[in-house]
Design a protein around this ligand. Structure first.
Ligand code: OAD
Length: 236
């Protein structure tokens, strides 16, 4: 049976595709107020501002390409049973060829009604794929309510966290790439890995994880993935 690798990714894996991360110098949360553009209160205060913010991100995604780190993660599927859990709202893992991608914080290319089933039952049936198109105030869902980004805003629950926990619990190897592990509940996921599961962390900055299972690969995602592939040969 193939070993199971669970990969948890954050903004850093897409940095080399031209996406600014959130908390680094020059990151998105320096340019925008997170409470205005990425919180549920911000949405109700100023829907236009929030729609515009995500319209910009969607337009940028249209022109972006997966980088060598996304590709290396996708290629792990040749030899391992792989699940990707991503905090990213881009679709670069899918475009690189990963077949099982669980989005914890939503997806840029999708919208849903502001007042709909999803918020009561997390039923995905009203979720609409808009691709890279802009969405404006007055663009309504079939149920007559304003379309909103299919994004987990700060202040909202993370519906996929239970699925993610289930995956991490089954991991033979956990790989964490490009996340500052500042945002819960995603940041606590590694704790669900079993006691003998090795955890590899790829990040150019030391990530404060005091856990003796952790091997730190202090490098950017593309180079770090190459190092990880080498290390894997010794554990296979
Ligand atoms: P952060 O911006 O908090 O962290 C990005 C991490 O990527 C940092 O640890 C960087 O050192 C690292 N990094 C930078 N360049 C890199 C590179 N080339 N290769 C590898 N790593 C690199 O982003 P996240 O941890 O993803 O949520 O943030 C978590 C959540 O906070 C996001 O999903 C988003 C944000 O607010 C929502 O908007 C709901």
């Amino acid at each position: 049976m193939k070993k199971k690798i669970v990969v948890l990714t954050g903004a850093g894996v897409s940095a080399e595709s031209g996406f600014a991360t959130f908390r680094d110098t020059g990151g998105l949360w320096e340019q925008f107020d997170v409470n205005e553009v990425a919180s549920i209160e911000g949405w109700y205060r100023n829907r236009k501002l929030v729609l515009d913010f995500y319209n910009q991100r969607r337009a940028q995604l249209r022109d972006a390409r997966p980088n060598a780190a996304h590709v290396a993660i996708a290629e792990l599927e040749k030899r391992f049973d792989v699940d990707v859990i991503t905090q990213n709202v881009d679709n670069l893992h899918e475009r690189a060829g990963s077949t099982r991608v669980l989005h914890l914080h939503g997806e840029l290319t999708k919208m849903r009604p502001e007042n709909g089933e999803y918020d009561r039952s997390y039923s995905e049936k009203e979720v609409i794929d808009v691709g890279y198109d802009a969405v404006h105030l007055g663009d309504l869902a079939p149920n007559g309510s304003q379309l909103r980004p299919h994004i987990v805003f700060f202040g909202e629950a993370v519906p996929n966290i239970e699925k993610a926990i289930g995956l991490v619990e089954k991991a033979d190897i956990l790989l964490i790439v490009g996340t500052s592990l500042q945002v819960y509940p995603a940041a606590g996921l590694y704790r669900y890995a079993s006691i003998d599961t090795p955890i590899y962390v790829i990040d150019p900055k030391p990530v404060p994880l005091s856990d003796k299972r952790v091997t730190m690969i202090q490098d950017v995602a593309t180079k770090g993935m190459a190092t990880f592939m080498e290390l894997l040969r010794s554990v296979e």
